[in-house]
Design a protein around this ligand. Structure first.
Ligand code: HEC
Length: 201
């Protein structure tokens, strides 16, 4: 009797060795491999999965067949609706880093006012003054060492638009680093207003 059991076990082990190509062989504990709930990133199309242990072999598919019947291609997650905007990008400002000319056409959504300029000055002193200097001449304490900080009233910069400056603050330009991750969109537009006053000196 012992011999029969050992032989039988041996046969079972051999069956398990038949795995090749896409066929994984007999799975001894299929529920260790296959999720019963829908897996967001899986796309189960093989209706035979788990049929070896199928509780109801007549329903046309195996116990572990959990393909989503409602979505195309049995996908669990649907593709985003066309033109969906990725979260986390700065709406409504989504102009790519290398599109300074396009950015220059954008107007500030913020109205001019003394209040805004007062706040903007404080922000400028916090984020820009050390390079660009009090009057935007490029002579801040760091600017003197960093070198190459363009003066705002220089020929190259004095006529630059609000959108241009916003883009430079956001993504940087040349040797200036971007500040998009440090300054909120609204505060960036405020700083733009202040820089515009310095350009006109
Ligand atoms: C670490 C020093 C540094 C800081 C901080 C800095 N800048 Fe600059 N900025 C530069 C340098 C250097 C340039 C010249 C970039 C180039 O053309 O290579 C520049 C250029 C500019 C220009 C001219 C862009 C052009 O079109 O040529 C503007 C406008 C400007 N910065 C605004 C700002 C504002 C606003 C802030 C604060 C939010 C700021 N910068 C913070 C170093 C700095």
């Amino acid at each position: 009797m012992n011999k029969v059991i050992i032989n039988l076990l041996f046969c079972i082990v051999l069956i398990g060795c038949s795995a090749k190509d896409d066929y994984p062989g007999v799975e001894y504990a299929p529920n260790m491999y296959h999720s019963v709930p829908y897996e967001p990133l899986s796309q189960v199309k093989d209706e035979e999965i788990g049929s070896w242990l199928d509780s109801n072999p007549n329903d046309g598919h195996g116990e572990f067949y959990n393909s989503n019947p409602y979505n195309p291609y049995g996908m669990t997650m649907l593709e985003p609706v066309p033109n969906t905007v990725r979260r986390g990008t700065s709406l409504p400002y989504r102009i790519p880093k290398d599109s300074l000319e396009v950015a220059a056409l954008v107007n500030s959504p913020i109205e001019d006012s003394d209040e805004v300029l007062k706040e903007a000055k404080i922000l400028y002193e916090r984020f820009c003054i050390h390079c660009h200097g009090e009057k935007g001449m490029g002579d801040g304490l760091v600017g003197k060492v960093y070198l190459g900080v363009t003066a705002y009233n220089s020929r190259a910069v004095k006529d630059k638009s609000e959108g241009h400056i916003f883009h430079v603050i956001t993504h940087g330009k040349g040797r200036m680093w971007g500040h998009g991750s440090q300054i909120s969109i609204e505060d960036r537009w405020k700083i733009v207003k202040y820089v515009q006053t310095l350009q006109k000196q």
